[in-house]
Write a protein that binds this ligand. Structure first.
Ligand code: SF4
Ligand code: MG
Length: 315
């Protein structure tokens, strides 16, 4: 099968105090296919990063399961954990904060090699290769992160992730903090690396325009739930969920023959501590009906490869 990672009704809750449980991820199901890029979007606080971190065991799961190549990642033991920690890597949003300022580029990039005992005798050569691979120069190895631009620091973060030859990379808002011109360069680099190495990506962003070009499929999250998932082109052409439509209506359309009505969402994202009953989106949904307050919409397949959670699809 071409499924690399399968997520089944996954929940990640945090107990914040005796009477407050933050349901950051609250029952999501989907899969990621080998070699694809799955884009994941939603407003900040919707659970994207928590989902990413739970998928790769940075967090324990509260309920449900994550299968990587058929194995439950939260039940791996011993050597399986080491292998998994090589197979999956993460690239973070703010390279300035995620790169230790007191470490040289060489030590940063070689971190994974050191942890997994892969660098012996060849550490410097491997780092030089990795720097070249991401478009930096091997002479950069003895410098410190502050000597580089934001885009270069993100390249260092990518080199660090690639050092252990992963299969699956979660990129958590890797371009959100970069200038628009630099964003395209980093996206192109990630695409080239994917082609050369057969990598699979989960690409997290808060904005649909950032994931459009790199994603094969896109998932949209709202308040800890997945509300829609479809092939990228189909999601743009025929979004089914009112939230996706609203997100898309704020993305500029280059093709003037496509007309999109601007949908402005009312109100703010509700506090995850005080989620609406029924559909979590109902307090801002322009199409809500009484049933939306009574029952939570099911996550179901509306068309081949196109999943959505909205009562309107049943009517
Ligand atoms: Fe809107 Fe109801 Fe659909 Fe939720 S279930 S998105 S409130 S129409
Ligand atoms: Mg985040």
């Amino acid at each position: 099968s071409d499924v690399l990672l399968e997520v089944r009704d996954l929940k990640k809750h945090f107990s914040m105090s005796s009477d407050f449980v933050l349901k950051a991820v609250d029952g999501v199901s989907f899969s990621i296919r080998k070699g694809e890029t799955l884009g994941l979007v939603g407003e900040s606080g919707c659970g994207k990063s928590t989902l990413g971190r739970t998928l790769i065991r940075l967090y324990e799961n509260t309920d449900g399961e994550v299968l990587y190549k058929g194995k439950n990642v939260h039940q791996l033991r011993g050597k399986e954990v080491n292998q998994f920690n090589r197979d999956v890597q993460m690239i973070f949003q703010a390279p300035q904060a995620s790169l230790n300022p007191r470490m040289t580029v060489e030590d940063i990039v070689a971190e994974g090699l050191d942890i997994h005992g892969l660098g012996r005798g060849k550490r410097r050569e491997r780092v030089a290769e990795l720097l070249e691979l991401v478009g930096l120069h091997k002479d950069h190895a003895q410098r410190y992160p502050h000597e580089f631009s934001g885009g270069q620091r993100q390249r260092i973060g990518i080199a660090r992730a690639l050092a252990v030859e992963p299969e699956f990379i979660i990129a958590d808002e890797p371009i959100s903090a970069l200038d628009v011109s630099i964003q395209a360069q980093v996206v192109n680099l990630l695409e080239d690396l994917q082609q050369e190495r057969g990598l699979t990506y989960l690409f997290i962003a808060h904005d649909l325009s950032m994931v459009k070009h790199i994603s094969n499929r896109i998932g949209v999250m709202y308040l800890g739930k997945m509300v829609e998932m479809a092939p990228s082109g189909e999601l743009y052409a025929e979004p089914l969920h009112p939230y996706t439509r609203a997100l898309l209506s704020s993305v500029p359309v280059p093709d003037p023959t496509i007309k999109r009505e601007r949908i402005v969402l009312q109100g703010d994202l509700p506090s995850p501590a005080n989620k609406p009953s029924g559909c979590g989106f109902r307090t801002r949904c322009p199409l809500a009906v009484p049933r939306c307050a009574e029952a939570e919409p099911m996550w179901k397949q509306a068309k081949p490869d196109h999943w959505v959670a909205c009562h309107l699809l049943d009517m």
